[in-house]
Design a protein around this ligand. Structure first.
Ligand SMILES: [Zn+2]
Length: 147
């Protein structure tokens, strides 16, 4: 006997990560992440990048914001391994890291595809995406071999 599922389907691969909390300024960022595109906000006047997305450039106070595709390359500038309490939604203990992107902005993310004891400061990483509950995706970073 088989029963057809009712209501929203769970993530195809049983994703357990929490879905992103989408603020009005970050709608484009998360929509791009769902398509596995990594975008950032660049000021239309001074050209500098900002993260997270916001209405006004913090450098020159311009209201001209442009969403542009980022390189996805960066380096680990700080990290921690939160072992207790075990972070909700993770099957194994994640590496939580501050990533500095080539474009100059920093964000908090995870480093994946590497053992916790192998992560190092200044490690070169590149963006990849992991699924979350409710069929969304979040940008995370994996070690990069070429500079
Ligand atoms: Zn600006």
């Amino acid at each position: 006997m088989s029963a057809e599922p009712t209501g929203p389907a769970p993530a195809a691969d049983g994703a357990t990560r929490m879905p992103p909390i989408v603020t009005p300024d970050a709608v484009a960022f998360w929509a791009a992440a769902d398509r596995e595109e990594f975008i950032g906000q660049q000021c239309g006047d001074c050209g500098r990048f900002t993260f997270p997305p916001r209405p006004m450039c913090p450098h020159c106070h311009s209201l001209k914001r442009e969403d542009v595709r980022l390189s996805g390359r960066g380096t680990v500038v700080s990290y921690t391994i939160p072992r207790h309490p075990h972070p909700f939604g993770f099957k194994t203990t994640p590496i939580v890291a501050v990533i500095e992107l080539e474009e100059g902005t920093r964000l908090v993310s995870n480093v994946v595809g590497i053992a916790p004891e192998a992560v190092k400061m200044d490690m070169a990483v590149e963006v990849t995406f992991e699924p979350t509950m409710k069929d969304h995706k979040v940008p995370v970073f994996r070690p990069r071999s070429a500079p």
